[in-house]
Write a protein that binds this ligand. Structure first.
Ligand code: NAD
Length: 487
């Protein structure tokens, strides 16, 4: 099979001849060949997006909203097919892609589709005059995606962009080329003009072409901090607008009065969902010394029960890491943790069989790992691993844990577990992170803004906050009297 581009309403082959093989992370069997878009393809995508933008911007918000809502229905009606594509591409359990990935993409289309008719400016009463503002679209926006939540990332960018009247060219990660094409198809079938949502394929070079293109008005990246820095630097030469959703090394703080069962549940969610390949994961788990031993015992017990194996099996709870190279990187972190003196309490090895005894040595599987005896300066506690590896850190006081939690250049997320309502808010208000949870973790409803502080990003996705990142504000002054002029 060939993963194509989607340009001007149709699946198209690249005009170049560079391509690579996309592998299934669960067995490293080729899923198909992906064609790398070249400059000619980008030019065709930009021409087509520009044409679509001029049609789309004249539609009313209600008309645009109807297309988005219909696209959401189409995604929901193809839930099983798209979820399976995502599972094959990413290696995540089918139970997750059925419950979260496609649903979350559809939620975004519904939220922004429903809101499209309500995007408006303001009116200002002035002396012998009035003023008003208009929220106008930016033009062609480029979305560049990471590989862990491919269709969700695409929809979180496309939904607000299109609702605001822009068109979008989306480049999925080179490791997950499949489901952005499904989203493009859904938009077309829902009545979008051809070119409203184009998909190009390729690695960072294609992303860079989009960033550099003078007719592209805005870039929205979901990816790593180093890529975010490169994009911001390149975009600066044209003062292009940029939204960055980047990585993290987030703290999850468990106080002594927390509901321990819930805290353990959240710690598992915060570290092992999608094999730990989640940007907002709470990988630095700070546990109060009074409950340290009992928390650790329960966490280890439940971690060891996680059903790791064939991602297409509905009973599987943890699948395969995205690639052999990424698995090796995660294993290097395990080695680094051990050599720096931390204790590997459980997991962190490559298993031969899955929870049903099937041989899984051809896939990129690694058992969920817990490190104890950690300190804040170890690499495993400072760097984003992006795999199923959590570090437990002991703390004594509230002041101490806040300071240690904030001692990082990242600032994507943070969580606090406590039954003291005052302490919950007090602590969260002092944590330097854009997306926070009290007594839960990694819940990202479309209604709440999502994004990072410090080096974890800029701008916000989801919620009303996304609208300002996909529109520009025009102020209009209307005179009702005479022009008063000194000349
Ligand atoms: P990555 O930075 O390697 O790649 C992200 C995307 O950027 C890919 O599509 C890649 O092809 C493209 N790219 C690479 N170099 C580029 C360049 N110079 N110019 C333009 N585009 C370029 O990240 P990844 O490995 O795909 O994803 C994992 C990272 O993404 C982790 O750090 C994770 O935390 C982060 N992430 C963040 C969020 C969030 O919402 N904050 C969500 C998911 C993943």
């Amino acid at each position: 099979m060939m993963y194509t581009q989607f340009i001007d309403g149709a699946l198209t082959k690249s005009s170049g001849d560079e391509s690579w093989i996309n592998y299934n992370p669960a067995n490293n069997i080729p899923l198909g060949e992906v064609c790398q878009s070249n400059e000619q393809d980008i030019e065709a995508a930009v021409d087509s997006s520009e044409k679509a933008f001029h049609i789309w911007r004249t539609k009313t918000g209600a008309e645009r909203g109807r297309v988005l809502l219909k696209a959401a229905d189409i995604l929901r009606s193809r839930l099983e097919k798209i979820a399976l594509l995502e599972t094959h591409d990413v290696g995540k359990p089918i139970s997750e892609s059925l419950a979260v990935d496609i649903t979350s993409a559809a939620d975004a289309l519904e939220y922004f589709g429903g809101m499209a008719a309500g995007i408006h400016g303001e009116f200002f009463d002035l002396k012998n005059a009035f003023g008003y503002t208009r929220r106008e679209p930016l033009g062609i926006c480029a979305g560049i995606g990471a590989w862990n939540y491919p269709i969700q990332v695409a929809a979180w960018k496309a939904a607000p962009a299109l609702a605001c009247g822009n068109s979008m060219i989306f480049k999925p990660s080179e490791l997950t080329p499949a489901t952005a094409l499904e989203l493009a198809n859904a938009f077309m079938e829902a009545g979008a003009p051809p070119g409203l949502f184009n998909v190009v394929q390729g690695d960072g070079r294609v992303g860079a072409m989009l960033v550099d293109h003078p007719r592209i008005a805005k870039i929205s990246l979901t990816g790593s901090v180093p890529t975010g820095k490169k994009i911001l630097t390149a975009a600066a030469s044209q003062l292009k607008k940029v939204t960055l959703e980047l990585g993290g090394k987030s703290p999850l703080i468990i106080f002594e009065d927390a509901d321990i069962h819930n805290a353990v549940s959240a710690t598992l969610l915060a570290n092992f969902y999608t094999q730990g390949e989640v940007c907002s994961n709470g990988t630095r788990v700070f546990v109060h010394h009074q409950i340290f031993d009992s928390f650790l015992m329960k966490l280890k017990e439940r971690t060891e029960k996680i059903r790791l194996g064939d991602p297409t099996d509905p009973d599987t709870q943890m699948g395969a890491l995205i690639s052999k190279a990424h698995m090796e990187k995660v294993i290097r972190f395990i080695d680094s943790g051990k050599s720096s003196g931390a204790t590997l309490l459980t997991g962190g090895y490559i298993p031969e069989t899955d929870f049903k005894g099937r041989n899984i040595t051809s896939g990129n599987f690694m058992t969920p790992a817990i490190f104890t005896n950690c300190n804040d300066s170890m690499d495993i506690c400072k760097e984003e691993i992006f795999g199923p590896v959590l570090s437990i850190l002991k703390f004594d006081t509230e002041e101490e844990v806040i300071e240690r939690a904030n001692n990082t250049s990242f600032g994507l997320s943070a969580g606090v577990f406590t039954n003291d309502i005052k302490r919950g808010h007090r602590v969260i208000h002092q944590l330097q992170a854009g997306t926070c949870w009290i007594n839960n973790y990694n819940i990202t409803p479309i209604e709440l803004p999502f994004g990072g502080y410090k080096q974890s990003g800029q701008g916000r996705e989801n919620s009303l906050a996304a609208i300002q990142h996909y529109t520009q504000l025009k102020s209009v002054y209307v005179e009702l009297g005479n022009v008063e002029s000194p000349y």
